[in-house]
Design a protein around this ligand. Sequence first.
Ligand code: NAI
Length: 335
Amino acid sequence: MTPIRIKLFSAKLYDINSFNDINQSYNYIIEYHEQALSMKNVALTKDTDVVCIFVNDIINSEIIDSLHSNGVKILALRCAGFNNVDITSAIGKIHIVRVPAYSPHAVAEYALTMMLALNRKIHRAYCRTREDDFTLHGLTGFDMYGKTIGIIGTGKISKVLIPTLIAMGMNVVASDPYPDNIFAKNTGLKYLTNDELYPICDIISLHCPLTKDNYHMINSDVIKKFKQGIMIINTGRGQLINTTDLIEGLKSGIIGSAGLDVYEEEKSYFYEDRSDYIMIDDDLARLLSFNNVIVTSHQGFFTKEALYNIAKSTFENIRLGMVENIYPNLVNSDK
Ligand code: NAI
C-alpha cells in the first residue's frame, strides 16, 4: 500500500518531535510547514492525502474548496476545538476530524495554576526578588478556602478541576445548558443559572467552547453583574470575552484580576516570537500593562502527556479514515 502523505501546518519543533516519534509506528510521509495554512500557501497541499492543522489556522470555505480540488481527503485538527474551521462548507467535500480529549488534566491543572499564581501574585514576586526587592507591599492575596468559584461549562476539563477546588474547601457553583446532575450529586457541586452565579462568585473560570451563542458571553452587561474585585480565568477561547469590556472592567476595579491563556486576536501573536517588533495590538498591549493580569500564549494543553496523546490520536484518526473508512472523531457529517 502507498504510504499516506500528510502536510502538517503551523509546525513547531515540539510538534515535529512528538509526531516523528509516533510516526515510527505508522510510517506516514510527513512534510512539516512552519506557516499557518492560508490561501497564500494552500497550493502546497497538492498531492496530499491529509492536511493537519492547529488552533490558529483559520480555514474558511475558500480554503476548504482548494483542499477539495487538490484531492485532500482528511483535514485533521490536532486540537479539540473546531471554531477556526468553516465546518458546514466542508460537508460532502472533505472529512474533518479532531482530537476531542488529549489531557483534560493538563488544562484543568493550568487553570488552577493561573488562579493560585494570580491570587498570590507570584508573577510580581518573581520579578521583584530578581531585582533584590524583598518587600511584600501589593502582594496580599486571599484564602481560596471558603470562597465561591463559578465554573462556566462542566465538560471534561471542569470535571477534573472541580473536585480539586472542592477539596481545597471552595464553594463551587457552575452553569451548563446540559447539567450533569449525577456529577453534581457526587461532588457537592451546585448548578445555577449564569445570572444567579455572576454576583456571588469571587472567581469565574471559563470552560465552555466558543460557539455563535457563546461569542462575547463576558461583556459589559455581564461584568456589571459581577461581584467587586472578581478574578476571571479564561483557558477556553479568547472570543468568549469582549476584550474592550474586560479592559474597562479592570480599569474600574470590578474585575480584580484576570488570567488569560487565550485572547480574541491571538492569531497574530501567540506561538510567535514578536520581540523584535513593536506591538500594534493596543488591546493586548493594555492587557500586558496591568499588574493584575497574566497573559500566556495558549499553553494550557502543553504537557508531555498531552503532546503524546495529540500525536497518537491524530495519527489514529488518519489511519482509521484512510485505511478503514471509519471516522470516530468526525466533526462534519454527510460525507
Ligand atoms: P467539553 O466539550 O467536554 O465541555 C464543554 C461544556 O461546556 C459542555 O458541557 C457544554 O454543555 C458546556 N457549555 C457550552 N456552552 C455553554 C454556556 N454558554 N454556558 C455554560 N456551559 C456551556 O469541553 P472540554 O474538553 O472540557 O474543553 C472546554 C474548552 O476548553 C474547549 O472547548 C476549548 O475551547 C478549551 N480548551 C483550551 C485549551 C488550552 O490549551 N487553553 C486546550 C483544550 C481545550
